[in-house]
Design a protein around this ligand. Structure first.
Ligand code: NPG
Length: 378
């Protein structure tokens, strides 16, 4: 495959309601889309034009991770694309990660570029993401992430609403001052049978171990990323004190980091986010590693548009994804998605079956949310 040009596009989509986590409140989703235009050789040797879409999950500000949106655009434009352009017609999706190794870090930027190349390649071959990655299911259970609310009654109303829509697992965002009381109230309201987990987004330190231990009484599926991104050893210490399983998110930036965290006893469940780990192919490697170690995995979410949501659903259909992911319906965040919407039916989201991502932006809707576009010729 040979890239002939790339478009970088920034879009802004209003959220239906503000989304508050321990690191801030989002009112809009700003996303960077990467469209790769390429040529491949068809089965009879003809040149075939193909287009692939990638979505970069970096947020506007570096609060969840060191990467941020306009920084990712700069890295893609200035450092990543020249490497892929130089590969000429020897490029393939499997080579992208390796070719980009000289650039240190910037995994979200790399993931977006690899996703677009993979999509272009698979569309040309008529193969879906799900089939390529090794999916074994045609639908995946849908969990929902509930942001920090202004009051416990409001939280209970929001949770009731999601359960009525069929979500099979509730994840509550927590932070110091919004932890034991909301979790207790929700557990009492929903009963013991509904899957419930919490996500601290690195808001605590090991000094809070006694407080976090009090979450054990609520029968949580897991506690996600209680401590800092680089606190792997401290997570291992915390794991000895809690009966609630620890699940790492921010700390797992690669298959190597996952291997270290598993061997240190820092995590017994892993949230796999393709953007955070550098792409869907590294995400699959982490899945394989976790299956080998008996570590449960689930697919995280970063408020993706239908593009990333479709790819995440495909990944979550791999056999090791035994827990419901943060793969909600498009209407969890957006009045209108840029692709056909993903809907939750019987608590599940269907895995796209068409070539590549199996979904594409609807031109008028995409145009309406576009802030900037930039064409980068080879
Ligand atoms: O359903 O897409 C979703 C959101 C799930 O809570 C969610 N994501 O920490 O996992 C997280 C959180 C997040 C969102 C993190 C955006 C970073 C950016």
């Amino acid at each position: 495959m040979k890239i002939t040009g790339v478009e970088l596009r920034i879009i802004r989509m209003p959220l239906k309601s503000p989304f508050t986590t321990s690191f801030g409140t989002e009112y809009d989703k700003v996303a960077l889309l990467v469209t790769v235009h390429a040529q491949t050789r068809g089965p009879d040797g003809d040149l075939v034009e193909t287009v692939g879409w990638g979505e970069c999950v970096a947020m506007e500000e570096p609060l969840y991770s060191a990467e941020y949106l306009t920084g990712a655009a700069e890295v893609i434009r200035r450092f990543l694309l020249p490497i892929l352009f130089a590969a000429g017609d020897t490029l393939s999706s499997e080579k992208v990660g390796h070719l980009l190794t000289p650039v240190v870090g910037h995994r979200m930027a790399k993931a977006a570029v690899e996703m677009a190349v993979l999509d272009a390649e698979l569309r040309a071959r008529g193969v879906s993401f799900a089939e390529h990655l090794g999916a074994v299911r045609d639908r995946v259970p849908s969990g929902v992430s509930v942001g920090i609310q202004d009051s416990i009654p409001e939280l209970l109303d929001v949770v009731d609403g999601y359960l009525a829509q069929g979500y099979v697992r509730i994840k509550l965002k927590i932070r110091p001052g919004w932890d034991l009381a909301p979790v207790r109230a929700v557990r009492e309201r929903i009963g013991d049978d509904v899957l419930l987990q919490v996500d601290a987004n690195a808001a605590y330190t090991l000094v809070d171990a006694q407080l976090l231990r009090r979450l054990d009484e609520f029968g949580l599926l897991l506690i996600e990323q209680p401590l800092g991104e680089d606190d792997i050893r401290q997570h291992a210490e915390l794991a000895k004190l809690l009966s609630t399983p620890i699940c790492l998110d921010e700390s797992i930036v690669s298959a190597k980091a996952a291997a270290d965290a598993i061997m240190l006893g820092a995590t017994s469940v892993i949230n796999i986010k393709p953007g955070r780990v550098g792409g869907y192919l590294e995400a699959r490697r982490i899945h394989d590693l976790c299956v080998a170690h008996g570590i449960a995995v689930w697919c995280g979410g970063m408020l993706e548009t239908g593009l990333g949501r479709g790819a995440n659903a495909a990944l979550a259909a791999l056999p090791g994804f035994t827990l419901p992911g943060d793969i909600s319906g498009s209407d969890r965040f957006y009045a209108q998605d840029i692709t056909r919407p993903f809907v939750v039916q019987d608590g599940h989201v269907a895995v796209p079956t068409g070539p590549g991502l199996g979904v594409e932006p609807i031109p008028e809707i995409l145009a309406a949310v576009t802030v900037t576009t930039e064409w980068i010729p080879v």
